[in-house]
Design a protein around this ligand. Structure first.
Ligand code: TRP
Length: 459
């Protein structure tokens, strides 16, 4: 752990360590589990196209924005806003809230991954019948107690790493595991792409059907960009705060989103061709990864070993993300309330574990409970966090930088006080000040139905 001489704030041990840790935060269940099923539910190619459009306008822009604010203030979100403008601290607070909500259901899914590792060890990746695979998955997640045990294990792993601190814990693991995951995903993608009928899945994912695009698909794509890149709640502010003053934020802001998107596309090309090859339903939802990939493994030589390795790596990808979620909450209590890291990690981990219980039960015992727009508890928490709090947090950050803190201050930080060249600086400023906040606002009020509701008021 390298300590800064002037203050005792931790810093990343190396440049590549930071990029991998930040990419580790970004790459996770959002890419491997969520992206393929969101694409499946939202019209395939149409969703992917919107995802790219939003990535270019909002994704890169906000990645840089968060890293800038984090490194400038050397503080986690609440402290960062507070330091720059006291009145804005609540925006950081929204982020911490989003972190609590996201981690609560994220850990439930992380638990499913652990369950599948256990399955792989006991050698049950030899079934190709979609009905049977679907049945096994549904039986498991609707069980009232089993998934909670795995949810607890996932949370314990997460807080265990966070206790270890920034460079000692987070960075060390990311450095080895991210590259392994990348290689593994590519292998599985090739196996999927060479299955009979795989081309249908590729077409589904890459050829957009414009009639599928509507306000709610747009909002889902927006939410997914935020979720997948870990934006909108200050995770990247926090990671940026451990970044040294001579590092290059410009490069990182391009590298991290590119890596993240590459992995999402590879995951899509691993899951969706298999969906078509085995006759699953692309709109099958959260179970897609857990139902289709075991079928792919059953079709591979040494499939059970591949299956085991794959789910182990997914677990690590999930952990490098979940630790960033917990880290935001922990660093808040450490920076603002002077808690000690260990107490904070354990205490907050316990609270978030408890918050996740209703999400898990909402898939089985409590599936009759619908909270928002007919969604079960799990999907409602996801909706509020991913499609409401993250976009709002992102929009407010743009407004803050563009109109309150000021672009000139941001430019200085981006270029390391003029030492680095950034030819697109003014484009970035324009996106931050005008385009991104307006775009987020429009997608948000359209997709949530707020726009329609207001229009109806005046009828
Ligand atoms: N990006 C992660 C994933 O794709 C999840 C995640 C980690 C996240 N930290 C975040 C999402 C902060 C939103 C905000 O799995």
């Amino acid at each position: 752990m390298s300590l800064n001489e002037k203050n005792t704030r931790e810093q990343w041990g190396s440049k590549i360590g930071f990029v991998l840790a930040a990419a580790g935060s970004a790459v996770g269940l959002g890419n491997i589990w969520k992206f393929p099923f969101m694409a499946g539910q939202n019209g395939g190619g149409a969703f992917v196209l919107l995802y790219f459009a939003i990535l270019f306008v909002v994704g890169f822009t906000l990645m840089m924005a968060e890293l800038v604010v984090g490194r400038h203030t050397q503080l986690s979100p609440v402290g960062a806003y507070k330091k720059l403008r006291k009145k804005w601290a609540w925006v950081g607070g929204l982020g911490v809230l989003a972190g609590f909500l996201i981690l609560s259901f994220y850990s439930v899914v992380g638990g499913w991954v652990i369950r599948y590792i256990v399955k792989a060890v006991t050698g049950s990746f030899n079934i190709t019948d979609p009905e049977v695979l679907g049945g096994l998955f549904v039986n498991f997640i609707t069980n009232p107690t089993q998934p909670l045990i795995y949810h607890a294990i996932f949370m314990i792993l997460t807080l265990g790493i966070v206790i270890g601190g920034v460079s000692g814990g987070i960075e060390k693991y990311s450095k080895i595991l991210m590259p392994s995951l990348f290689v593994m995903m590519i292998l599985i993608m090739f196996r999927s792409l060479t299955l009979p009928n795989a081309i249908e899945g590729v077409k589904f994912m890459l050829v957009p059907d414009f009639s599928k695009i509507n306000g709610s698909v747009f909002l889902s794509a927006l939410g997914q960009v935020f979720f997948s890149l870990s934006l909108g709640m200050g995770a990247m502010i926090t990671y940026g705060s451990y970044l040294g003053k001579d590092e290059n934020i410009i490069d990182s802001s391009v590298q991290i989103p590119l890596l993240d998107t590459a992995i999402a596309l590879i995951a899509g090309l691993a899951v969706l061709p298999a969906v078509f090859s085995f006759g699953f339903d692309p709109a099958g939802g959260p179970g897609l990864l857990f139902i289709t990939l075991p079928a792919v493994f059953a079709q591979m030589p040494l499939g059970s070993i591949f299956g085991l390795l794959f789910f182990v790596l997914v677990l690590f990808a999930a952990l490098t993300s979940s630790i960033s979620l917990l880290e935001v909450c922990v660093s808040y209590t450490v920076d603002e309330w002077k808690w000690n890291r260990k107490t904070a990690s354990i205490g907050l981990g316990l609270i978030i574990f408890i918050m996740g219980i209703p999400s898990s039960l909402g898939l089985g015992t409590w599936s009759h409970i619908k909270l928002i727009k007919g969604l079960d508890i799990f999907d409602s928490v996801d909706f509020v966090a991913s499609n409401v709090l993250l976009p709002l947090g992102g929009m407010l950050l743009c407004i803050f930088i563009g109109w309150v803190w000021g672009l000139d201050n941001a430019y200085k930080e981006v270029t390391n006080d003029g030492k680095l060249k950034f030819p697109l600086m003014r484009v970035w400023g324009f996106l931050i000040k005008y385009v991104a906040p307006v775009a987020i606002f429009i997608v948000f009020i359209q997709g949530t139905g707020i726009y329609q509701w207001v229009v109806n008021l005046f009828k």
